[in-house]
Ligand binder design. Structure first.
Ligand SMILES: NC(=O)c1ccc[n+]([C@@H]2O[C@H](COP(=O)([O-])OP(=O)(O)OC[C@H]3O[C@@H](n4cnc5c(N)ncnc54)[C@H](OP(=O)(O)O)[C@@H]3O)[C@@H](O)[C@H]2O)c1
Length: 85
């Protein structure tokens, strides 16, 4: 939440908010909802100088998608650790 890129930063704050809302609404159905910061990734957006390949970035996403039923929900993760926002 530094200065600049207001539309982008606000969209990410909204994403974190909807993560918490959905996690709450879907908890009775045993569905976990989390969000993830993939790091700086070599995509169209990240560009060729980014530090992570898409394979490295997707590793974090797959880890979240395979959490056990009693895993965390409504959280934001970076490098497989909960991150503040
Ligand atoms: N790359 C990074 O370093 C990085 C870092 C942190 C967070 N992220 C986040 O990760 C997410 C994916 O980023 P990326 O790096 O994979 O970006 P990307 O390579 O530019 O891909 C963006 C994707 O979003 C789709 N898209 C764009 N506008 C859309 C719309 N209006 N409706 C439906 N789909 C739309 C594009 O579809 P088309 O291909 O059909 O245009 C494309 O598949 C983003 O939310 C980004 O902010 C990326």
């Amino acid at each position: 939440m530094g200065g600049g890129y207001p539309a982008y930063r606000i969209s990410k704050a909204s994403l974190n908010a909807i993560t918490r809302m959905l996690a709450d609404e879907l908890s009775p159905f045993n569905i976990l909802v989390n969000s993830v910061d993939p790091g700086w990734v070599k995509t169209d957006m990240g560009g060729p100088d980014a530090s992570k390949t898409t394979a490295q970035a997707v590793d974090n996403i797959l880890w979240l998608a395979q959490l056990p039923d009693n895993g965390p929900s409504g959280k934001f993760f970076r490098n497989k650790e909960e991150a503040p926002w």
